[in-house]
Structures are given as C-alpha cells and as structure tokens.
Design a protein around this ligand. Structure first.
Ligand code: GTR
Length: 421
C-alpha cells in the first residue's frame, strides 16, 4: 500500500515537472505580465533624454544582462594577431575578392585561432560588410573549392553529410541557401563569416574553447556570473570586428552583425555590447534572443537552460519557471542597440521562437529609439506575413520554417542599402 502511495506521488511529481517543460503555443494561455519599462531605471528614475539613457540606464542594463543572463567576460585578453592565409582577386567568377584570415587570440600564454572568410565586392573600394557566424563551417556557405575546411568539432548533421563531429569536403556549399552571397556582392556589400565551433564547440564541455584561456589556476568551468557559450561567441564577434575594422577595403563604420537562431542571440548580445557594430540583424533568435521571456510562449527560460545548460551564465538558471522575477526582458536587450539600425525577423512556422514575442520586443524597444529621434515599430499589431516594416527598427515575419532564406536576405539587403548608403 505504502509503495503504491509513494509511486503515485512520484508520478504526480514527475508530471508536474514535465508540465513545466511542455511548451505553450496558445495565445490565450500567455500569462499576464508586467513588462519592465526600458525608460525607468532600477531605482525608479525616469529616463527622458538620450544622454541620461547613455549615462544611467544603458550601463545598468548592460550590467544586468552581463551578470545575470549571458555572463561576464572574465577580464581582457593579452593580444590578438591576424594573418591572411589565403586570398584571391577573382573569386565568385571575378565579381569578388576573397580573403581567409587566421585570427589568434592570446591569453594567459594560451592561444585560440579561428578563420574569418571574407568576400568583398570588387568594384567597391570600402565596402559595408555583413558579419556573422555559420553553423557548420565556412566551406558550407558557398561552393568555393578554396575555402579551408575547419578541423574544429561540429554538431552532427547528416542532411549535409556531417557525421563523427568532423567537417569534410562532403558538405562544401551545402548551406549556400542560407547565404545570399551573390546578392550581397551585387548590392555592394561584403560578407565576413566564421565557423562558431572554432570559438567554442557547441556542447556541454568547458574544458575546451575560448573559456579555457581565461581560467584562473585550477578553474574547470566558468563561475556563476561568468560567460557561457553565447557570451563567448558574442565576444569573439568583436575580435572579428578588430580585424575588419582595420581592413582597408572594409568600411568599418558600416559593419552589420548578423545571426540566425542561437547565433542570432550571440549577434544581439555582441551588438548590444560593442557599439562599433553599425547595425544588428536577428534572424529567428527566439528565447534568450529577441523574444520576450515573460510571455512563456514556445521555448521558455527553463527549457533553454535545461537543454543547453552551457549557453548562458549559471545565474540565469535562477529564472527557470520564474520569468516574473526577471527585472528585465529581451526588449531591453534590443534597446541596448539603439540608436543603431536593428532588424528582427521571424518565421510563421517557427512558433518555438515565439514570433509574436519577437515582434513585441521590437515594438517595446522602440521607446528608446524614439528618444534618439529614430523610427521603430509604431503599432503593437503584428504585420501580415511577408509584409516587412522597415524603419531604423525593422521587422518581418515570413512564411515557412526556422531557417534563413533568400526572402530574408532580400529584405535585409534592401533595408541595409537604405540605412547605410
Ligand atoms: C533550438 C533552441 C533554440 C535555437 C535553435 C537553433 O534547439 O531551442 O533556442 O537556438 O536551437 O539555434 O537552431
């Protein structure tokens, strides 16, 4: 008898736990929540001017996202060196220049290297550039035999021929659908891309990758307030910026950081922290990216921390099933990018990333853009599918799944030409 009562209790407990991990996809079940006002400081002071935003509110928000969400970078690095290891003046059928640059970061007598693949339009002397990570190696973004294949660990993806966590010739060019390189070049833009696995392999292991360079003696993993994977990826986007900012053929005042999904989260955080990025594009970044956490729609804080315990700071776990305790929400991450151009995009079938939460986040960040006299999203009513709103803050929701498509790039490029020409 006692056994039955006990097991019934265990089953009930498990079900309750599970219920917390079942994603909600119903708008009617979105809880009521108080969204923090980006223009009121934690000590309840009203922000009325762009200078008080910059002096008071921006730093305290950065500080919160650093210590409680993405984690702090433990100190600075000792040095970085860049070496052009391959280049061509007639790539992509003579339309572009190509460079592959090896960046080597030094810290505590340890080093980490990664390769930047750069395409630049031949006819432009100082080109604006989209900078962003790829998921499965530089050689996947276009079918170009000169692109060096990374030796870094990769997530497997059989659909593009990646097994044994190893990148091979087999996947060359197989992700070109996600990178409208010819379109960029035609519009006079360049592309700089990096394989994110060279910065920190995307697995729950802190012995390798960038974190390990920063450890104090005997340290095995970041402390609670220190960076996770996304923090490391974001930080290294700034190291790539260190290179592009000094490339004479790049216009350093027009570098737009871009990212899809987890890499969209990294792009937003990099853009928030590093004001050298002239603009930011978040493609389907979802939970911990553009989407409002307090809506608890699709992926939640608990789910992301459970499935990817190494992406955020240890402190972020305090908010598992406790989003109401968060004194910030993701619209404030977006607001940290103001007044620089920001594009948030969603996909209709990507409910896991909460398109409406991504849209509302851009809408609520607009108050900060207004302070700077910049136009954002003026209505809280979502636009129809495939009907972009393109102001300094831009938004679209397209048909289709969680992905980066030709349609997405068509919009980003059109908007970027308007914002940065
Ligand atoms: C999912 C994760 C999302 C998003 C996505 C991706 O599994 O839950 O937050 O980052 O991966 O990066 O494709």
């Amino acid at each position: 008898m006692r056994y039955y009562i006990l097991s019934a209790f265990v089953i009930l407990a498990l079900q309750t736990m599970n219920a917390q991990f079942v994603a909600n996809y119903e708008e009617s079940k979105v809880p009521e929540f108080d969204l923090p006002d980006p223009l009121t400081t934690f000590s309840k002071k009203q922000i009325l001017t762009s200078s008080s935003w910059n002096e008071l509110r921006r730093p305290e928000l950065i500080n919160f996202f650093e210590s409680q969400v993405f984690g702090k970078v433990p100190g600075t690095f000792d040095g970085i060196a860049f070496e052009v290891v391959e280049e061509s003046n007639s790539a992509l059928g003579g339309l572009a220049k190509r460079r592959q640059i090896k960046a080597t970061i030094t810290k505590n007598s340890k080093t980490l290297s990664f390769l930047i693949l750069l395409y630049l339009p031949k006819e432009v002397s100082r080109a604006p550039v989209f900078l962003g990570y790829n998921f499965h190696g530089n050689h996947t973004v276009i079918n170009d035999p000169a692109i060096i294949i990374s030796k870094a660990w990769s997530l497997n993806n059989e659909s593009i021929g990646i097994t044994n966590h190893t990148l091979t010739e087999e996947s060359r060019g197989l992700r070109s659908g996600r990178w409208a390189i010819s379109r960029m070049i035609e519009a006079g833009f360049g592309l700089a891309t990096i394989y994110y696995g060279e910065i920190d392999p995307d697995k729950n292991d802190f012995t390798d990758g960038l974190h390990s360079l920063f450890y104090t003696e005997g340290q095995k993993r970041p402390a609670k307030e220190e960076w996770g994977g996304i923090g490391a990826w974001a930080w290294a986007l700034s190291r790539a910026m260190d290179y592009v900012a000094n490339d004479k053929e790049v216009d350093k005042s027009r570098v737009i950081v871009f990212g899809h999904s987890r890499l969209g989260k990294a792009a937003l955080w990099a853009g928030a922290m590093d004001e050298r990025f002239a603009g930011v594009i978040s493609n389907d970044s979802g939970c911990g990216g553009a989407a409002l956490s307090k809506r608890k729609f699709g992926e939640t804080v608990a789910q992301i921390n459970e499935n990817f315990p190494y992406w955020f700071s240890g402190n972020f776990k305090k908010y598992n099933n406790a989003e109401e305790e968060l004194p910030v929400d993701q619209h404030e991450l977006l607001a940290l990018i103001a007044p620089r151009p920001l594009y948030v995009a969603s996909a209709k079938e990507d409910q896991w990333a909460d398109p409406k939460g991504e849209f509302l986040s851009a809408y609520y960040a607009t108050a900060v853009y207004s302070l700077f006299g910049e136009a954002g999203i003026s209505s809280n009513k979502m636009p129809g599918v495939n009907s972009p709103i393109q102001n300094t803050v831009a938004y679209h929701i397209r048909t289709g799944k969680h992905d980066v498509t030709e349609y997405d790039w068509e919009q980003y490029i059109k908007w970027a030409v308007e914002q940065f020409d």
